[in-house]
Design a protein around this ligand. Structure first.
Ligand code: FAD
Length: 440
């Protein structure tokens, strides 16, 4: 009997890999335990699209309708946006149900150790019935921030912690709010059932956080100093103990090996400020089945598949780190305070987008995904798109760029494209793209 691929953790990233691998015909065993606390998180429409595109169905039923979101940043308030609030417990239960329905072997258990020898991969896990060990053909590490990584090379941002305090009050209209303050920021959400999730994010090194026993009082006192927290605290009381969540940005610089891969927060975790965590977790997971398929079936393209995964994980991390930096920079009231100062210039000062001219376009051979595998193809690389652009509207761009670079003096773009015999509709898309680069 073939050994299965073993996925550790059944959150959005692990779940997306399981569904993708089953579509490619693999037998998959997923071992997961529920997260130890419930949290409410906010997601955008593109996360809903991403979950749907990945094949989740039951998980989608856990997502609420969009509700009002107020942001107060740099002293200015904005209520133009909405977000969808999700109970992570309900979302994760829906994901687990989807994985069962798709035919994965789902084991409710806690992974306690992973052994990776030259010819044997095994995972030991604990269930109510005791300890078990299974062997697999490949291991997908998707245990989120809890995934062990001390032995791997990592790049970390300023150490950050988010304190989540639960409050209960009367039924209310669902809403959320984000607010900056002198040494951090708050995100607050209220659901129709009157549950309130009040989350304060601080710099670990400079916030003078109290002992665990005093955390509840500390959170309540800080929240009382934030005017925008008042509607979330009105007629409500704190319940239970606050929960501390690490929210330091972390990039795992070694996210793939011959017989293992890390996805989601286990590969790279971003600052929750951007509200993009689930989106980025899904992004690194959706590409993983093609990488795994190549590592298992086409050893001659192993190095290429690894470069593909790591370069995309790195690019995602820096993209979201820079989005976070630019957002922190918009808050100028406390620019000298340690929390803000250490985040205004991290990870670097490279702009989110680099203005590019056509002269800087290069054609390079890079890894791309084709029909569930990683292959090498000629793509167009620009300073703003270092991973390359392969197709536009179904047309391969590398031959177009080479032809335009070699066109005769005075030859129009239209005649140059006609020589390439492109089909008519995509031809327009390609022409518009070239003209957008300033070419005539
Ligand atoms: P996870 O969702 O963490 O899934 C990992 C799974 O593995 C869990 O089910 C866990 O229980 C399981 N697991 C862990 N250890 C073991 C083990 N030993 N054995 C078996 N199973 C195990 N993202 C947003 O999009 N919007 C937000 O508003 C938002 N707010 C956030 C606020 C904070 C404070 C933090 C820290 C993060 C926030 N995020 C938010 C990010 C989001 O939670 C993560 O990016 C996302 O859940 C990552 O998905 P994942 O599948 O990689 O990991």
């Amino acid at each position: 009997m073939h050994k299965p691929i073993i996925v550790l953790g059944g959150g959005p990233a692990g779940g997306a890999v399981v569904l993708g691998l089953i579509r490619l015909g693999y037998a998959v065993t997923v071992i997961g335990e529920p997260r130890p606390f419930d949290a409410v998180e906010g997601i955008s429409e593109r996360v809903v699209d991403g979950l749907r595109g990945a094949g989740f169905r039951k998980a989608l039923t856990a997502i609420r309708a969009p509700s009002a979101r107020n942001a107060t940043w740099n002293g200015e308030s904005n209520s133009a946006n909405t977000e969808r609030l999700i109970s992570r417990r309900m979302l994760d239960e829906g994901i687990w149900q989807d994985l069962r329905n798709a035919g994965a072997e789902c084991i409710d258990g806690r992974v306690t150790s992973v052994e990776q020898g030259d010819d044997r991969l095994s995972v030991t896990y604990q269930t109510h019935g005791g300890s078990n060990t299974i062997e697999g053909a490949f291991i997908v590490e998707a245990r989120g921030r809890a995934a062990p990584s001390a032995r791997l090379k990592r790049f970390r941002g300023a150490e950050t912690v988010s304190l989540l305090q639960y409050w209960q009050g009367p039924a209310a209209e669902a809403q959320s709010a984000a607010v900056s303050f002198d040494d951090g920021w708050a995100w607050m959400a209220m659901t129709e059932e009157g549950k309130r999730y009040l989350q304060l994010t601080f710099d670990v090194a400079t916030a003078n956080l109290p002992s665990k026993a005093e955390l509840a009082q500390f959170c309540t006192q800080r929240l009382l100093t934030i005017p925008q927290a008042a509607p979330f605290m009105a007629n409500a009381d704190p319940i239970g103990e606050p929960h501390a969540r690490t929210s330091t940005p972390i990039l795992c610089e070694e996210a793939v090996g011959d017989r293992w891969i890390r996805v989601g927060d286990a590969a790279m975790a971003v600052d929750p400020l951007s509200g993009n965590g689930i989106f980025q977790a899904m992004s690194s997971a959706l590409q993983a089945p093609a990488v795994i398929n190549t590592l298992l079936k086409s050893p001659e393209r192993m190095a290429l598949a690894k470069v593909f995964h790591q370069s995309r994980v790195n690019a995602l991390f820096y993209r979201f780190a820079r989005i976070g930096r630019d957002f922190y920079q918009m808050e100028r009231q406390w620019a000298e305070r340690p929390f803000w100062e250490s985040r205004h210039h991290w990870p670097d000062n490279i702009p989110m987008h680099i203005a590019t001219t056509f002269d800087e376009f290069e054609v390079k051979t890079m890894p791309v995904v084709q029909e569930g595998e990683i292959i090498a193809a000629d793509v167009v690389v620009t300073p703003d798109q270092p991973l390359g652009i392969w197709h536009l509207g179904g047309i391969e761009l590398a031959p177009v760029v080479l032809a335009v670079k070699q066109r005769k003096e005075g030859q129009s773009l239209e005649s140059c494209l006609s020589d390439l015999a492109l089909e008519s509709t995509p031809h327009t898309a390609v022409l518009n793209w070239l003209q957008g680069m300033g070419l005539r």
